[in-house]
Design a protein around this ligand. Structure first.
Ligand code: URA
Length: 205
């Protein structure tokens, strides 16, 4: 089965799952979108009003800013896959609750396993907290971390949530700088990964 087929099946499974706690109040499931073969996975917080209507991640105001930030890092949506910590809109866009994050987490874990990214860009403190514990976003934003996710090494780069940048000019300036710096982190990380693949191929010869 291709990654695309696996993700389709997972989306179907999620759509049928009546136990998902935010499902009742939401319009559409926002599973995620983008390149299923991407090396880079971006994980946001949860759908807002526009995303809930369209069933797609980051298509509202925060999404428009995110596209501009991606441009600074020379990333296009077609190069990456984007999903969220919770996949139904929380009422009134409130923060997701810990038990909600756990309920959707088993699906997010499967998305990560299927995409198998080399790099995860977290957007906001809730998605950061899934991968990095005991850190403050104000101290670690824009930095590169290496984590083990189900025994696989993944580079995690925590970023401020674009909605926070829309509310606060200082955060916006810091975030722009982080995305400008992101370009070299991505190039370096993916180059090292490619070198590793080459070494493994040579070993096989
Ligand atoms: N904010 C998020 O965290 N995710 C979205 O999909 C949209 C806005």
């Amino acid at each position: 089965m291709t990654k695309k087929e696996k993700l389709h099946n997972l989306k179907d499974e999620m759509e049928k799952d009546e136990s998902l706690p935010l499902k009742k109040g939401a319009n559409k499931l926002v599973f995620g979108s983008g390149n299923t073969k991407a090396n880079i996975l971006a994980v946001g917080e949860g759908p807002g009003r526009t995303e809930d209507i369209q069933g797609l991640p980051f298509v509202g105001q925060a999404g428009k800013l995110l596209d501009k930030l991606f441009f600074l890092a020379e990333i296009e949506r077609k190069d990456i896959f984007i999903t969220n910590i919770v996949h139904h809109r929380p009422p009134e866009n409130r923060d997701p609750l810990p038990e909600e994050i756990i309920s959707y987490g088993k699906y997010l874990d499967k998305i990560i396993e299927i995409i198998d990214p080399k790099i995860i860009i977290t957007l906001g403190r809730f998605s950061m907290a899934k991968f990095l514990s005991n850190v403050f976003i104000s101290n670690v934003h824009g930095k590169k971390f290496e984590i083990l996710f189900k025994d696989k090494k993944i580079v995690v780069i925590p970023m401020y949530h674009p909605a926070a940048s829309l509310r606060n000019g200082n955060i916006l300036e810091a975030e722009k700088q982080d995305f400008l710096n992101l370009k070299s982190i991505l190039t370096e990380t993916l180059r090292v990964e490619n070198d590793k693949v080459e070494v493994e191929q040579i070993k096989l010869l």
